[in-house]
Design a protein around this ligand. Structure first.
Ligand code: G1P
Length: 292
């Protein structure tokens, strides 16, 4: 037993330019998949994994995320007065206990590694999780809970991975694999967004990590990598040798909600999972399939 993971960092500082005009005045993370903002899926997945403290790394214009997880007296009082118990339960269920959510800002968009580094004082010197809310994983057992379970056996740094088509390696952090049992892959190196011809494998990192605090020491160097950004992948790569690094092939379907097609597919897939929407969603899909 290496110890449990109590804290999760959720970087939410991005401008969301791929979703303009929707994201001009609304954070990308507040866009709903069916009827729940993207960010809430990430927080619920963290809670399911036993996370006690959520740390958001935000930027200008993200205040609605703070409001979303806060007590809303007028709404609660109105729901109570109208006897809307189901909605009241829903609103209560998502509240974080006092002091269990922190917000810190990333003053400049210098990369994912920099965003995580901005949370170093809130994390302290203990292992922690990172959730990138753009990546949704649909499975009854959340992706982070699966990672925590695997972490308790292997320790070190651990990320969620999946195989991608080789032509897509330039979108991800890629593992240089040394051992692979089909579920856990041990890496001897990592490359951020390699060209398909240069990629050491097609095993790509998706947005769930369990990291040792030593990664902050690497991030302290503020070295720039792919795209001129401070990359989390590079900092993790430098810990290999002194700490084990594994990728876990998680169970579940992953949606990249950072692009429009992935976001649209997530909406369809999550609607099909819902008892109250499945039939209407199927009916809509059948109608469009027949006419397009
Ligand atoms: C980031 C990471 C990358 C990882 C990806 C997962 O890239 O830098 O290593 O594979 O998230 O979604 P981004 O999507 O921010 O470009």
């Amino acid at each position: 037993m290496t110890g449990t993971i109590r804290k999760a960092v959720l970087p939410v500082g991005g401008l969301g330019t791929r979703f303009l005009p929707a994201t001009k005045a609304i954070p990308k993370e507040m866009l709903p998949v069916v009827d729940k903002p993207l960010i809430q899926y990430g927080v619920e997945e963290a809670r399911q994994a036993g996370i006690e403290e959520i740390i958001f790394v935000t930027s200008r214009g993200k205040a609605s995320i703070e409001d979303h997880f806060d007590h809303h007296f007028e709404l609660m009082a109105t729901l109570e007065a109208r006897g809307k118990t189901a909605e009241l339960e829903l609103a209560r269920g998502m509240l974080a206990g006092a002091g269990k959510i922190s917000y810190t800002r990333q003053p400049e968009a210098l990369g994912l590694g920099h965003a995580v580094w901005c949370a170093r004082n809130l994390v302290g010197r203990e292992p922690f999780a990172v959730i990138l809310p753009d990546d949704l994983v649909l499975h009854p057992r959340g992706c982070l809970a699966q990672l925590v379970e695997a972490y308790e056996k292997v320790g070190g740094n651990l990320v969620a991975v999946e195989d991608v088509p080789r032509e897509q390696t330039n979108r991800y952090g890629i593992l240089d694999v040394v051992e692979d049992d089909g579920r856990l892959a041990k890496a001897k190196g990592l490359v951020e967004k390699p060209a398909p011809a240069d990629a050491p494998s097609t095993l790509s990192i998706i947005g769930r990590y369990i990291l040792q605090p030593e990664v902050f020491d690497e991030l302290d160097r503020q070295d720039k990598g792919a795209g001129g950004e401070i990359q989390l992948t590079d900092a993790m790569a430098r810990t290999i040798g002194s700490q084990p690094f594994h990728g876990l092939r998680f169970e579940g379907r992953r949606f990249d909600c950072g692009n429009k097609a992935g976001f649209l597919e997530a909406n369809i897939a999550y609607a099909l999972e819902r008892d109250d929407l499945r039939e209407s969603a199927r009916d809509i899909l059948r109608r469009y399939a027949a006419t397009s």
